[in-house]
Design a protein around this ligand. Sequence first.
Ligand SMILES: Cc1cc2nc3c(=O)[nH]c(=O)nc-3n(C[C@H](O)[C@H](O)[C@H](O)COP(=O)(O)OP(=O)(O)OC[C@H]3O[C@@H](n4cnc5c(N)ncnc54)[C@H](O)[C@@H]3O)c2cc1C
Length: 456
Amino acid sequence: MSHHHLGRTHVRPVGGPSVVVGASMAGLCAARVLSERFDHVVVIDRDKLPNGPEWRHQVPQGRHPHFLLRAGAQHLEWWFPGIVEELEAGGAVDVDVCRDLYWYESGGVMRRPASELHGPAMSRPFLEATVRRRVEALPNVTLLDETVAEGLETDASGTRITGVRLDDGSTIASGLTVDATGRQARSLGWLKTLGYEAPSESVVTVDTRYATRVYRRTELPVRDWKAAAVIGNPDSKRLALALPTEGERWIVTLVGLGGESPPTDEAERLAYAESFESPVIADIMAASEPIGETVAYRFAADQRRHMERMRRFPLGWVPVGDAVCSFNPIYGQGMTTAAQQAAILGTCLDRTGATNRSFSHHYLRAAGRSVSVPWSIAVGRDFAYDGTTGKKPAGTDLVNRYTERVAVAAQHDDAVGIRSNAVAGLVRRPESLLTPAYVFRVLRFARHGPIGPSST
Ligand SMILES: Cc1cc2nc3c(=O)[nH]c(=O)nc-3n(C[C@H](O)[C@H](O)[C@H](O)COP(=O)(O)OP(=O)(O)OC[C@H]3O[C@@H](n4cnc5c(N)ncnc54)[C@H](O)[C@@H]3O)c2cc1C
C-alpha cells in the first residue's frame, strides 16, 4: 500500500491556484504534492511560524516525542531528496527500530537484529522546521503565518469551493482547498454553514497521559542501543519511552493509560520509571541531567472521520492528516499517515488531472480507507487496556492474545520481530503476520516464554 503510494506516478498538472489551511506536518506534505500540480500553492497557518526548531502554541504536542515510522521517512525522502541526511547532519540520530531500539514488552526484551527499518530520530519541532524550510524553498509555494482562515467561498451554485476567507475579511482564490487544520478539522464547521453535513465518526476513548522531560544525553555505562521503549503489562497501564534527539538530548516520556496519570515531580517520576521490570528508563533518567520543565499532555480519544462514507461534499475541498484521523499517539502513526494521505492526494489528482467529482470521490474514499490499517492497529491495541471504551472491532481480544505471543516470540527470534516491526512501521500489511509459516514460527518461539529484562 505505502509503496504503491510513494508517488512514483506520472504527474498530471491541474493548474490554477490552491490553498492549504494548516502548515503543520500534514499541510506541508500536501503542499509539496500540490506544488507539482498547481500553478501556485498558498499555505496559511494561524500560528507564528518560528525560524528555528521551536515548539509552537498551536501544536503543543510538539514538545512530546514524535517518532517517524519507516513509511513516513520514505515519503519525506522521496519528496525532499537528502532530507534524512540533512536531519542527521543537524543532530538527528539514525535509529533502526530492530537493532537500535531496546524494546521491552510482554515480560522480556526483543532481540535486536539489523533491519531496513531505520529512520531519523529528532524532536518534532526540528523535523517540522526542516520540512517547512524545504517547502518554503519551492518556487511556487507561499507560506503565510499568523493568518487565520475563517470560512470558505463557493461558486454561485454552492457546489464548488473557490476560495478561503480570512479573518480580516479578505479571500484567497483556490481551485483546491486542503483542510490540514488538525483534529478539529475546522472546515467541517464552515461546510456546515454551506449545508454540508459532517462525515460520520468513530471514537474510542483511551485517556492517554504523557509527562515529558528533556535531558542532556550522556553515555550510559553498558548499552549498545540508541532508544528505549518499556511497555508495562496492560494492567499496570504504564509505559515509558526515551528517544534520542538532536542537540545530544533524550526526550523521555512517562505514559499512563486509561486514567493512570504519570507524575511531573522528578523524584516521583523516577519512582514511576523504577516501577517497570526493566530498569532502562530509570537508568537513563538517573544518569542524565534534566533540561527544562516536565510538560504534560492528555489525549482523550482516537477519532476517525469516515470520509469514505461521505455522500455529499463540495468540489475543490479535501481534508488531510489529523483532520481525517487522530490516533492514540503511543503508536507513532500520525505524521506517517498524514504523509500517506498527501501521497494519495497526488495519485488521485494524477488520475483525473482535474479537481472534478471523480477526483473528490476517489480521494475521499482512498484517504478515508487508508487509515483502516493504522486505526485497527491502534484501536485494537488500546482495547488491551481496561477502561478503553467505544466500538471494539470484532476479534480484537484474539488479535491481542496473538500479539502478546508475537512479542514473546520476538524475544527469541529475529525474523518474528523484524516482520512485526515492519507492520508497526506501516511498511507491511498486517496480513503478513497471519501467513501459516509466520504463525507457526510465532507459536514455536513463544513457547520458550518471556526472557526478562536484560538491559543490554
Ligand atoms: C502527545 C502526542 C504525541 C504524538 N507522537 C507522535 C509520534 O510519535 N509520531 C507521529 O507520527 N505522530 C505523533 N503524533 C501525532 C502528530 O502530532 C500529528 O499527527 C501531526 O502533527 C499531523 O497533524 P496535522 O498536521 O494534521 O495537524 P496539527 O499538527 O494539529 O496542525 C494543525 C495546524 O493547523 C493550523 N490551523 C488550525 N486552524 C487554523 C485556521 N483556522 N487557520 C489557519 N491555520 C489553522 C494550526 O496552527 C496548526 O499549525 C502525536 C500526537 C500527540 C498529541
